[in-house]
Design a protein around this ligand. Structure first.
Ligand code: MRU
Length: 359
């Protein structure tokens, strides 16, 4: 399932000539596809988190720019559409990377050729994302085998599964591979306040795939590690700096600290497109601040099955909603990538770079 065309987070609907996405805001209660028919629809989908997860944000942006060029292939529209898409979310660097992938192949072309080339490039970005994530899965499987246990309790945070990419995922790809290879895996899924990607997306994905999992509150994760109930932590990343600092969903840093204190190996899994070679360290990574209402209210289904949003706080209460945090490289045991597993350090990433350059 995780590697099949039937279930993926974004597909090209050739009959309608449009990209279609799963509206992730409705999961786990409804699986609804939504067609993106304008640049505004693409920007809305990314900003309002119908799609989310760094690689999927990138793939969506690639199709968004191709769509904009099909409407108007001029230089001016190329610049305006790129700017509008780039402004949707600030932290996941795959967004900038994907826009550059499309922009760089069309920029020097005659305007009449741009739309078709941009579309082909978006299709390639999507296809390569699937292949890269599968490679992360295979490389991560070796890491998991190295732990040397027939039963593994793995902790993850947020959603870094196929819903956050196109298929496979980053942090969940090794878990799917391990499950398929007969390792007895169980996943601790941290709920991931305030948007609850753990509860609503990761647990849903794992249940669909038949991988045993248990949702836990974010603040119980340190305790579970201390009790010896976690063999390994694997998270994704929205942007990794050139020194190996890992930016990921807020709450990741606390897990890394607890993992180090309890000698639990902590890994980040990411494709090369998530590395920002221009960021020297995590302090340079822009951290998205989202609306306080995400912290102060919560949405779900009531007993009658109707969707309701309820306030959790008094009217005078304010909240700060930083969506991501940075885990310094020293707390990360390794970076599981599409090119292998490397030390989370400048030297480790330079080694990865030379592997990429050798082809
Ligand atoms: O705010 P989100 O849901 O887009 O954040 C997603 C995450 O933090 C993921 O863990 C990250 O993108 C890694 S993705 C494969």
């Amino acid at each position: 399932m995780t590697g099949s065309d039937d279930l993926c987070s974004l597909r090209w609907d050739s009959s309608r000539g449009m990209a279609a996405i799963i509206d992730q805001r409705l999961l786990p209660h409804a699986l609804e596809w939504c067609h993106l028919d304008s640049l505004e629809a693409y920007c809305f989908a990314i900003r309002e988190m119908q799609v989310r997860g760094a690689p999927l944000i990138g793939v969506t942006a690639a199709f968004g720019l191709a769509h904009a060029l099909a409407q108007d292939p001029s230089d001016e529209n190329l610049a305006n559409a790129s700017r509008a898409l780039l402004a949707t979310r600030p932290t996941a660097v795959n967004l900038r990377w994907a826009l550059e992938q499309v922009g760089s192949v069309v920029r020097d072309l005659p305007v009449t050729e741009r739309a078709a080339v941009a579309h082909d490039k978006a299709v390639t970005v999507r296809k390569e994302d699937i292949a890269n994530c599968e490679r992360i899965g295979n490389n991560g499987l070796e890491v998991l085998r190295g732990i040397g246990k027939s039963r593994l309790d793995i902790m993850t945070h947020c959603n870094a599964g196929w819903l956050a990419t196109v298929q496979w995922g980053t942090a969940l790809a090794p878990i799917y591979k391990a499950h398929a290879s007969g390792i007895d895996v169980h996943v601790w899924v941290s709920e991931t306040r305030p948007r609850n990607q753990g509860t609503s997306l990761t647990a849903w994905e794992l249940n669909e795939a038949g991988v045993p999992c248990t949702v836990v509150t974010d603040n119980s994760c340190g305790q579970l590690m201390r009790q010896g109930r976690v063999d390994c932590v694997i998270v994704g990343s929205d942007r990794t700096a050139a020194n190996g600092d890992v930016c990921n969903k807020v709450g990741t840093y606390l897990k890394a600290l607890a993992a180090q204190a309890n000698n639990v190996p902590f890994y980040a899994a990411l494709p090369e497109s998530t590395i920002d070679w221009t960021c020297r360290d995590g302090a340079e990574i822009p951290i998205e601040e989202r609306d306080a209402s995400e912290v102060l209210s919560i949405a779900g289904l009531d007993a009658s099955g109707a969707r309701r949003e309820v306030n959790l706080a008094g009217a005078a209460t304010s909240a700060l909603n930083q969506a991501f945090d940075v885990t310094p490289a020293q707390h990360v045991r390794g970076l599981i990538t599409d090119y292998g597993t490397f030390d989370a350090s400048e030297a480790g990433l330079q080694k990865m770079r030379s592997v990429i350059e050798r082809g």
